[in-house]
Design a protein around this ligand. Sequence first.
Ligand code: XMP
Length: 322
Amino acid sequence: MKEIKEITLEKLEPEKFIKQKVDYIASVVGDNYAINALSGGVDSAVVTMLGHRALGERLKTFIIENGIMREGEVEHIASLFRKLGVPVEVIDAKKEFFEALKGKTDPEEKRNAITETFYKKVFGKIVKESGAKYLLQGTNYTDVEETVAGVKRQHNILEQLGIDTEKEYGYKVLEPVIQLRKTGIRKVGEALGLPEEIYNRMAFPGPALAARIIGEVTPEKVETVRQATNIVERELADTSAFIYMAILHENNVTGMRNGKRDFGQHIQVRCWDSEDAVIGRPTRLSWDTLVRLGDRITSEVPGVVSVTYNIAKKPPSTMEAI
Ligand code: XMP
């Protein structure tokens, strides 16, 4: 693994960091084009702004509609960045992602299918068509650490796993925030003038809602977990938790509706307190909140008959389910 030196929060000087990275991107890319994918998460948002400052129109920013994002997310992020003066193009790749996920149940195979579809199929094509030589991406220090430690493969880790992106995918990858952890990236986002909604945005995994479906990912299951996610995010927005989510279990369970058996789906709610995502504890939610979550999810999300709250810590759990 190539040595990467962490910049701790105490050592981070956001303005200085921004200047260094803008200069770095400008000098490496030179007169070429670069492209990047914006998901709306703080990491890719910061990278988009750094790239935009460094390259202006020579940065092409894409939002990949992979079919596994949250409700309204793609449209919202696209319009927000357009308002900030960053041109973004939305690419509809739902078909490609669902095809790649079809029949896969193993967590690592699912992650791998998403990675391959993203980098090879969708981005490989965009890069070829755009003539860009560089891809900017928001890999952070924790992504590298967890992947190298073998906890789980973060979708954006390539070079650290010995993948030669130029040979495999036809472009070089630049990772301007790789020395920072999330809190540092949030500070840089604030200094870059991003809206608070973005720089304080709750973490969301690269494999998106697919990380919250145990077993095969299908458009129907994504819709179920998307609706449950919407309820959980609204109901828990006032907590100061690190992250909260809905997870869809693989096996159905017996429930009842109108006096008859309803063999339906099971949603697990997780809400984590954490400083740095490395360790986590379930948030002590009030009983009223839990009951409201149960009532809303079972009545508003079609097919769900069971809702549980996770009480395990990380470790041995991880925050996401795959
Ligand atoms: P885990 O599940 O690893 O989650 O305990 C810790 C934090 O990382 C996020 N996460 C990811 N973020 N790509 C990402 O960009 C991923 O593949 C990924 N997996 C988990 C998770 O949402 C949590 O904030």
